[in-house]
Design a protein around this ligand. Structure first.
Ligand code: GLN
Length: 220
C-alpha cells in the first residue's frame, strides 16, 4: 500500500481523510494525519489542505515541519488545495503584511483571496481533463480562493480545469487567460484553487492517486 499524508495543522484536513478513506475500497491507500516531522517521514505522498495559508505556514515553522516539507516536495507527490495551493506556489501576490512563507514546487504566481472579499465563496461545475466519468462535471467549491496570475514560461505545466472567463473577478474574453485555471499539474504535483474534499465526490482524490501517486511510488 502507499501512505498518503494530510498536513493536519489547520484547515480542512479531516475532510480529505474521509475522501481518501472512501477510496480505500478501490486503491491500496493508508492515510496519516501529519503534525510532526516523524509523521511526514512515513508518507509516500502528501495533501496540503485549504484553511489559512499564513497560519498553516506559521504552524509548520513552529512544528519544525517547514524544512522537512520543502525537502519532501522536492521528491514526492504533493497536492495543494486552496490555502495549500498558495503554499505550493513559487510566488504569491496579496500576501499578508508580515509576509507569507511558501514551500514552492509549482512554478506559478498566485493571488491570495483573488476573488476579493465581496465574493467570498461560490460553486461552479468544472470539466476536468482526465477525471473518470469526465462527462459528469465536478462541482468546484471556491472559498476565498486564490487565483493563478501567471505560469513561469518554460514550466512543464498541464492545465486540467478552467473556469469560463466570464466568471473571473474582472471578467475577460480570453479562454487562455491564466486566471481561468483552477486545477493544474506540474511533475509530481497537483494544485487546485477550490476544495475537492468538500464535495461528496471522490474522483479528484482518485485522480491524485492515479496520476501522481501510483505512477511514481513503487507499491509493496
Ligand atoms: N484565503 C485563504 C488563504 O489565504 C485560503 C482559503 C481557503 O483555503 N479556503 O490562505
Amino acid at each position: 500500500t502507499v501512505t498518503i499524508g494530510i498536513l493536519a495543522l489547520q484547515g480542512a484536513f479531516a475532510e480529505h481523510q474521509t475522501r481518501l478513506q472512501n477510496l480505500r475500497l478501490k486503491r491500496k491507500i493508508t492515510t496519516v494525519l501529519v503534525k510532526t516531522p516523524e509523521d511526514l517521514q512515513r508518507c509516500d505522498a502528501l495533501i496540503i489542505p485549504g484553511g489559512e495559508s499564513t497560519t498553516i505556514a506559521l504552524l509548520a515553522r513552529l512544528s519544525g515541519l517547514l524544512e522537512p516539507l520543502k525537502a519532501f516536495i522536492y521528491t514526492k507527490p504533493v497536492w495543494g488545495t486552496c490555502a495549500g495551493a498558495i503554499l505550493l506556489s513559487q510566488s504569491v501576490t496579496n500576501a499578508k503584511k508580515d509576509g507569507q512563507e511558501l514551500l514552492g514546487g509549482v512554478s506559478v504566481d498566485i493571488a491570495r483571496n483573488g476573488w476579493g472579499s465581496q465574493v467570498e465563496s461560490f460553486e461552479a461545475p468544472l470539466d476536468v481533463n482526465g477525471l473518470h466519468e469526465s462527462s459528469v462535471p465536478f462541482i468546484g467549491i471556491f472559498i476565498r480562493a486564490p487565483v493563478v496570475l501567471a505560469l513561469a514560461p518554460d514550466a512543464p505545466i498541464q492545465v486540467i480545469a478552467r473556469l469560463p472567463p466570464h466568471l473571473l473577478p474582472e471578467p475577460a474574453d480570453d479562454e487562455n487567460d491564466p486566471r481561468t485555471i483552477v486545477a493544474l499539474r506540474q511533475g509530481l504535483h497537483l494544485l487546485t484553487t477550490f476544495h475537492p474534499e468538500l464535495t461528496p465526490d471522490d474522483r479528484f482524490h482518485d485522480y491524485f492517486a492515479r496520476k501522481c501517486v501510483f505512477t511514481t511510488v513503487p507499491t509493496v
